[in-house]
Design a protein around this ligand. Structure first.
Ligand code: 13P
Length: 250
């Protein structure tokens, strides 16, 4: 049985004070959950989030990582900085980074290696565009994204790897993949992981669904055995709404 993981991706929202306010409202609402919960604030709000979460078992993740140890990379954040700031998780390859910031499959692979090396739990996002979905080539896209992401990564190193299936047509659009679509995409991702990293790693690997997850649809998605959790954008900005998602699965 894979432990459920509910992750909040706050994207470019919440100042340090707003992040701390969220945590103070959120913690009492999720005190009985056995699920793994992680909040991913913007980098400048990580410190305030870590501080506010002290004493709880909720983790903090960064939304990006650079693929070199250090160096002249203005504006970037290294694995060492992420770990030192108290983060345990990192999102890699989000479609918004692919779309607006030139993130390629090859970069995702480099970033993934660094994150694993640093002992972080990477949440690697894959997912097809609307055109690709409509053309019926979603599976090919997922297979390509996964096989490049997993290149030269050993099964032994990949134990912490988490994947997130985020169909781009479902992100921030109010359209959600049906549990059936999500399950079938997750099976494709798990098969790619089995081929590259070994069956054992693949069977234990959590695959999250992301894309317009809301309190109203979370239970039906998370009921699907292939869906091991959710990566939530808009609905994670409000403590009540994210708590409702966290609490909809036991
Ligand atoms: P929404 O939940 O706002 O659709 O965002 C999903 C997402 O991109 C999470 O990473």
């Amino acid at each position: 049985m894979r432990k459920r993981l509910l992750a909040a991706n706050w994207k470019m929202h919440k100042t340090p004070q707003q992040a701390a306010d969220f945590v103070h409202a959120f913690l009492p609402l999720v005190k009985n959950t056995d699920n793994e919960v992680v909040l991913c604030p913007a980098a400048l709000s990580v410190a305030a989030t870590v501080e506010a979460l002290k004493g709880s078992n909720i983790a903090v993740g960064c939304q990006n990582i650079h693929w070199e140890k250090d160096g002249a990379y203005t504006g970037e954040i290294s694995a060492e900085m992420i770990v030192a700031s108290g983060c345990t998780h990192v999102i890699i390859g989000h479609s918004e980074r692919r779309q607006y910031f030139g993130e390629t499959d090859e970069r995702v692979n480099k970033k993934l290696k660094f994150a694993l090396e640093a002992g972080l739990t990477p949440i690697v996002c894959v997912g097809e565009l609307l055109e690709e979905h409509e053309a019926g080539i979603a599976d090919d896209v997922l297979r390509r994204q996964c096989s490049i992401a997993f290149r030269s990564i050993s099964g032994a190193k990949a134990a912490k790897l988490v994947m997130a299936y985020e169909p781009v047509w479902a992100i921030g659009t109010g359209k959600t993949a049906t549990p059936h679509i999500a399950a079938s995409a997750h099976e494709t991702i798990r098969q790619e992981a089995a081929d590259a990293l070994g069956r054992d790693v693949a069977d234990k690997m959590r695959i999250l669904y992301g894309g317009s997850v809301k309190p109203e649809n979370a239970a039906s998605l998370l009921d699907e055995p292939e869906v091991d959790g959710a990566l939530v954008g808009g609905a994670s900005l409000d403590p009540q709404s994210f708590a409702a998602i966290v609490n909809c699965v036991k």
